[in-house]
Design a protein around this ligand. Structure first.
Ligand code: SF4
Length: 283
């Protein structure tokens, strides 16, 4: 990279790339892309300090359309790759984008361990309740009765409770949003990225090609808006809201304040002590 280009990327805010996304017309992922870029710009993030990490699936293409560092990883493995990036360069803003199949099917085992480490990365889960890239099979969040390519008479298996899992794993920032309310989605993304600790946002992002049940209208009509007086520090209250509204929620559900202390100590360990201990073990 030449000196001029290095200078430019140091100062240039994250932008959308000129390439047009190749998602189907009407895909909810377009709205997530717009909101994510806007949130990063609002926070003053530059291309050089930001990395977008993704797994496999339609949403896995996100890094191609954002002018920042990007890593399109293996199926279900975006979180551990992001963990490695953050630990090796704590100054990076690390954003993970992945679908319900990627993160809660093959990649489901990684979430609790990222959550308990409380690494300062942000995970945006784009949930369309179907495997879109492989043409419409049931995913871990497909609703009972929903017809898919792999359940032609209707799904019979219960969907995973994504928000509930995030909460019981003690993710230090938990929110839910949908692409039918873009300003709100952008606002929640800003808060999640600003949070000092592991933050996760469950985003309903319709797939009009393979899931006819989740539409922009249905999300607008059914999503419960978290009231201003909800106590974000109260885990029980967060679990209760999720239980009462079956995860169909728009707002911040839980925010743990101790995250900052843990994360500071994590980073300090990573930068100095851990490296010294590792070297001492082998010399
Ligand atoms: Fe979007 Fe569904 Fe098309 Fe994939 S298959 S790009 S999720 S609309």
């Amino acid at each position: 990279m030449t000196e001029d280009r290095l200078q430019d990327s140091n100062e240039r805010l994250v932008e959308k790339k000129r390439e047009n996304p190749i998602w189907c017309p009407g895909c909810g992922d377009f709205g997530v892309l717009q909101s994510l870029v806007k949130a990063l710009q609002d926070l003053g993030k530059t291309s050089r300090e930001t990395v977008i990490v993704s797994g496999i699936g339609c949403s896995g293409r996100m890094p191609y359309f954002i002018d920042a560092y990007g890593f399109h990883t293996l199926h279900g493995r975006a979180l551990p790759v992001a963990l490695g990036m953050k630990k090796s360069n704590p100054d990076l803003t690390v954003i993970v984008v992945g679908g319900d199949g990627d993160g809660f099917g093959i990649g489901g085992g990684h979430l609790p361990h990222i959550a308990r480490r409380n690494v300062n990365i942000t995970y945006f889960i784009l949930d369309n309740s179907v495997y879109g890239l492989t043409k419409g099979q049931s995913s871990p969040t497909t609703e009972i009765g929903q017809q898919t390519k792999s359940a032609v008479a209707g799904e019979t298996v219960r969907p995973l409770d994504i928000l509930g899992m995030l909460l019981v794993y003690r993710t230090s920032f938990v929110a839910s949003a949908h692409t039918a309310n873009r300003p709100r989605l952008t606002e929640i993304m800003r808060e999640a990225i600003s949070h000092n600790g592991f933050s996760a946002v469950h985003i309903y992002s319709p797939c009009p090609t393979y899931n006819k049940l989740m539409t922009f209208d249905s999300l607008r009509e059914t999503a419960y808006t978290v009231p201003d007086d909800h106590d974000q520090r109260n885990l029980s209250a967060g679990l209760q809201i999720n239980f009462e509204h079956n995860g169909m929620i728009d707002g911040i559900v839980y925010k743990e304040q101790i995250a900052e202390i843990q994360e500071e100590s994590n980073l300090a360990m990573t930068r100095k002590d851990n490296f010294k201990k590792l070297v001492a073990r082998y010399v």
